[in-house]
Ligand binder design. Structure first.
Ligand code: ZN
Length: 242
C-alpha cells in the first residue's frame, strides 16, 4: 500500500495539479492533512479536486476560520482578508465538505493531526522540545502533521528526541526503526525557502517515506491572485517559498 500525503494546499489549484501529475502512478490512496483553503485563489476548485480522491482528510486552522469554528485573533491581516474573501466565494457543497472534516484521525499505525497531536489546529512543531512533548500525545508509531509548511522529520529514540531536521527533496526515510513525527510540507505555500510544491509518499511494503518537490507555474497562481486583488504580500511570498 502506497499513501500519497498532502498538506496545506491553501486554494492553490495550479500547485495541486502539478503535485497530482507528478505523483501519478505512485500511490494507492491519498491522505490530506488539512488547510484546503485560505491564502490562495481557487478554494472551490481545490475542494472539488481533492474530495473524490482523498481516503482521509483533515481540516486545518484556515478551514476552521472560514467555517467560523475558530477565532481569527491570531491571524495576520492578509490571512484574515483571504478568509473573509473565501467565506463569500465558497459554494454550499464545498462548505459542507469542509465542515465534515475532523482535525485529527487515528488510522492503524498513524495518527494524523493538522498541527500537532496535542493541539490539532494550533501548535507548530518546528523545534526539538515541542516535538518531544508531543510524542506523549499519541500512541501510534507515527504521527503525520502539516501546518508549519516545512517538510520535516522528528525521531524519538529512548524517550528523548535525538534527531529532527528539515527534509530535502528526494530524501528517503526508513520506517519501522523508531517513533516518528513526519511533515510532508505544503502543496500550496511552502515556507522552507524552496518555492516548489511539497508532498510525500509512504510505501508500507518497502517501509519508506519519501519527500518530494515539484515545480509548478507560480506566475499563474500569482496572476489569479492579482486578478482577485488578494494581498500583495501573499502573492510575493509564493515565489520565495517563505
Ligand atoms: Zn497552513
Amino acid at each position: 500500500m502506497r499513501t500519497l500525503l498532502l498538506s496545506d494546499i491553501h486554494a492553490n489549484a495550479v500547485a495541486l495539479e502539478a503535485v497530482l501529475a507528478d505523483a501519478a502512478g505512485q500511490w494507492d490512496r491519498l491522505w490530506f492533512l488539512g488547510d484546503l483553503v485560505g491564502y490562495g485563489p481557487d478554494p472551490n476548485e481545490c475542494i472539488d479536486m481533492l474530495r473524490d480522491k482523498a481516503a482521509l482528510a483533515l481540516s486545518g486552522n484556515h478551514d476552521w476560520a472560514v467555517l467560523k469554528k475558530l477565532d481569527m485573533e491570531e491571524f495576520n491581516p492578509e490571512a484574515k482578508q483571504v478568509v473573509n474573501w473565501t467565506r463569500q466565494t465558497l459554494g454550499e457543497a464545498q462548505r459542507d465538505y469542509l465542515n465534515g472534516l475532523p482535525p485529527l484521525i487515528i488510522e492503524a499505525d498513524f495518527t494524523l493531526a493538522h498541527a500537532s497531536p496535542r493541539h490539532p489546529v494550533w501548535e507548530y512543531i518546528l523545534d526539538m522540545q515541542t516535538a518531544l512533548e508531543n510524542f506523549d500525545f499519541f500512541d501510534t508509531p507515527y504521527c503525520l502533521v502539516g501546518h508549519s509548511h516545512v517538510p520535516a522529520l522528528f525521531e524519538l529514540h529512548d524517550a528523548a528526541v535525538l534527531n529532527g531536521y528539515v527534509a530535502g527533496a528526494g530524501e528517503v526515510v526508513e520506517l519501522g526503526l523508531r517513533r516518528l513525527i513526519l511533515n510532508p510540507g505544503s502543496v500550496g505555500q511552502p515556507r522552507d525557502g524552496d518555492p516548489r510544491a511539497a508532498y510525500a509518499v509512504i510505501d508500507q511494503k518497502a517501509m519508506t517515506w519519501t519527500f518530494h518537490r515539484v515545480v509548478y507555474d507560480i506566475t499563474e497562481t500569482q496572476r489569479r491572485m492579482k486578478a482577485l486583488k488578494l494581498p500583495r504580500r501573499l502573492i510575493d511570498r509564493l515565489a520565495q517559498g517563505v
